[in-house]
Design a protein around this ligand. Structure first.
Ligand SMILES: Cc1cc2nc3c(=O)[nH]c(=O)nc-3n(C[C@H](O)[C@H](O)[C@H](O)COP(=O)(O)O)c2cc1C
Length: 152
């Protein structure tokens, strides 16, 4: 008969280190990255059953949120008991991003906002957002003659 496996030796595993973002404690220190079309409210609810960490809601556009676009408002919906509340924001001008941040915090009780500076999708970068933002920051683009009005 095969002997039972011996118990592991050595020191017990140390507990995970605390993760804080500003004054927000993320415990356990696990973050669900924002995924367009995936990290909606029902998906985040399923994830929360396995322990609260930080679950980032899918990306919304700052200008559409400020203008009350119906689809955007739905994407920015949180369960009543969802805490902490996190969402990714895409914008190309400080005016709309600032307004959206203020309203997400004041009206939707959002605790954490992930600003999109990395999306490589052409439909995002051709408007100057996502991965194009660090390359061509808004003030430089504003000085560029012939540009249309921002859409972010
Ligand atoms: C279907 C899908 C949609 C995504 N949408 C976004 C998005 O809207 N914004 C963003 O910053 N990253 C987006 N990502 C990237 C993810 O947030 C994440 O960075 C990537 O999947 C790598 O995750 P990992 O480091 O855990 O492997 C998306 C990824 C997938 C697979």
């Amino acid at each position: 008969m095969t002997p039972p496996p011996s118990p592991p030796t050595g020191p017990p595993p140390s507990p995970p280190r605390a993760l804080t973002i500003g004054d927000l404690a993320v415990s356990p220190p696990v973050v669900l990255a924002p995924m367009a079309g995936v990290t909606n409210a029902p998906f985040r609810r399923l994830c929360r059953r396995h322990g609260a960490g930080l679950y980032v809601a899918e990306m919304i556009t700052a200008r559409a949120y400020v203008e009350g676009n119906r689809k955007t408002m739905r994407l920015a919906g949180f369960d009543a008991d969802e805490s902490p509340r996190s969402i990714q924001l895409y914008g190309i001008d400080a005016h709309h991003v600032g307004l959206a941040v203020a309203r997400l915090v004041a009206e939707a009780g959002v605790d954490h906002i992930d600003l999109n500076f990395g999306c490589p999708a052409p439909k995002v970068t051709r408007n100057g957002g996502g991965a194009a933002l660090p390359v061509r920051p808004p003030p430089a683009r504003r000085d560029h003659p012939g540009r249309g009005s921002p859409r972010g």
